[in-house]
Write a protein of this length. Structure first.
Length: 95
């Protein structure tokens, strides 16, 4: 899924860098909830797939994400697109 803005989101880069740095420095586990499957695949070393409020699989991101249905990919992409639109509008209104 490509970013709808056509560029890499600088906030996403900052968050990714911060999470990876904090995880390395503390050795702690971070629980991240996201509909951005690219972000999940990039940042997580283990993921859980939930359907109807129940965990159906836990494991390697690529393996678990390969189980998403086309409908789930479309829904995740629409949620991410909406969030990015809101973020861009908030940024534009500050200019």
């Amino acid at each position: 899924m490509d970013e709808p803005t056509g560029t890499i989101d600088p906030i996403k880069i900052s968050v990714t860098t911060s999470i990876l740095k904090a995880r390395e420095e503390t050795g702690e586990t971070f629980v991240i909830v996201s509909h951005d499957m690219d972000f999940v695949n990039e940042i997580c070393d283990r993921v859980a797939l939930m359907r109807n409020g129940k965990i159906v699989d836990i494991g390697n991101p690529k393996k678990v994400l390969s189980q998403l249905t086309e409908e789930e990919w479309i829904k995740a992409d629409s949620v991410r697109t909406y969030a990015l639109k809101e973020q861009n509008e908030a940024h534009t209104s500050k200019l």
